[in-house]
Design a protein around this ligand. Structure first.
Ligand code: PLP
Length: 390
């Protein structure tokens, strides 16, 4: 055959086949938009039936698929779907669960972005939400309507660290014919597996503990295949797919999830106990402290640890900004679940889109501070906090 031209050869470079079969130990990054088929029949089969093969990375991709199978396994679920962000995952699961005219019941104190989506975005599709006090099961029961399709919860709430009683919430949801959707971002599957406790669907911001290094944005929905099917159609038709490189970063992150979570929990408990003894700090909220309102529940629902997040208030609320600005190791940054310790004052940042009344309802005072404990030495973190408080 005539030698092909320079440009054709440059475009058609391929991985060489090897004589002895072997495979990569680390999941490769399949950085490709399309997949090539030996014949038209194979392509046609994959386009019409996703189980026949990968054909286009918005529909499915081997790296993303490996992550989905890995997280489903860690959560004790049948399947998972990866999204471009935690918010895309929450949007996907709520839109897949509700039609125009349907209704959601959600806690008043939850991640500000989720609250804003339910309050401002979903009503445009004709989906309304009733917000109730966290942990008020009677109020939840009363709020359930014939058109309620979702009872929404966070395993550990952002930002004030209340713990959800998942088996009790599952009962309330199922009695009313609704699904229990749980955001398990703060706990990670190492600390809690809500599906095993009765939840129908679990969502994660993979940008936090699953990734674990503060270097990606991603989201995951976990559940039974039956529950995931509608979300998968939506994901394919609307887009919002996770990129293969991001999936690879999350796959790398989950390899160390257990060791990281054990360290986050141990350091956070020590710092919470230290903060609790200080006079310049009040209302230290950490589920591992006996003074926490949900401590008994946390011991039951989070048997492997109480997480890496701590919330507290400065006795003098006017000093919040000065306290934050004096920190040298703990970074002023709006995320969590990172190897770096991070601090945020929700009233001034994540929850600023709420009105003062809504913030009061969510128990977010002006002096409220949220700490995400990283993987630094506990002694260094305590010294940094002591210096900033002084
Ligand atoms: C509990 C919780 N859920 C969801 C999200 C949204 O995730 P993402 O930023 O990956 O969209 C966040 C972000 O902070 C969060 O804290």
């Amino acid at each position: 055959m005539k030698e092909r031209g320079f440009s054709t050869r440059a475009v058609h470079t391929r991985i060489a086949p090897t004589a002895v079969p072997s495979r990569p130990l680390s999941v490769p990054i399949y950085q490709t938009a399309s997949f090539e088929f030996d014949d038209t029949e194979g392509l046609a089969a994959a386009i019409t039936d996703l189980t026949q093969g990968h054909c286009y990375s918005r529909l499915s991709n081997p790296t993303v698929d490996a992550l989905e199978r890995g997280v489903a396994d860690l959560e004790g679920a049948e399947g998972a779907l990866a999204f471009a962000s935690g918010m895309a995952a929450i949007h996907g699961v709520l839109l897949a669960s509700c039609q125009q005219g349907d209704h959601i019941v959600a806690p008043r104190a939850a991640y500000g972005g989720s609250f804003a989506m339910m309050k401002n975005v979903l009503p445009r599709y004709g989906i309304t939400t009733t917000f109730v006090d966290n942990g008020d099961h009677e109020a939840m029961r009363r709020a359930m309507q014939p058109n309620t399709k979702v009872l929404y919860a966070e395993t550990i709430t952002n930002p004030n660290l209340r713990v959800a009683d998942i088996p009790a919430l599952a009962e309330i949801a199922h009695e009313a014919g609704a699904r229990l959707v749980v955001d398990n971002t703060f706990a990670s599957p190492y600390l809690a597996r809500p599906i095993e406790q009765g939840a129908d669907l679990v969502v994660h911001s993979a940008s936090k503990y699953l990734g674990g290094h503060g270097d990606l944005i991603g989201g995951i929905v976990v559940g039974s295949r039956a529950h995931l099917d509608a979300a998968q159609h939506l994901l394919i038709e609307v887009g919002g797919t996770m990129a293969p490189f991001v999936a690879w970063l999350v796959l790398r992150g989950i390899k160390s999830l257990a060791v990281r979570m054990r360290q986050h929990c141990a350091t956070a408990l020590r710092i919470a106990e230290w903060l609790d003894k200080r006079d310049d700090v009040t209302n230290v909220a950490y589920p591992g402290l006996p003074s926490h309102p949900d401590h008994a529940l946390a011991r039951r629902c989070l048997p492997t640890g109480f997480g890496g997040m701590i919330a507290f208030e400065l006795a003098d609320a006017a000093r919040v900004v000065a306290f934050m600005d004096r920190l040298q190791i703990v970074a002023r940054a709006g995320s969590l679940g990172d190897a770096h310790s991070l601090v945020i004052a929700p009233a001034h940042t994540t929850h600023r889109q709420m009105s003062p009344e809504e913030r009061a309802g969510a128990q977010i005072a002006d002096g409220f501070v949220r700490l995400s404990i990283g993987l630094e030495d506990a002694d260094d973190l305590i010294e940094d906090l002591a210096h900033a408080l002084a």
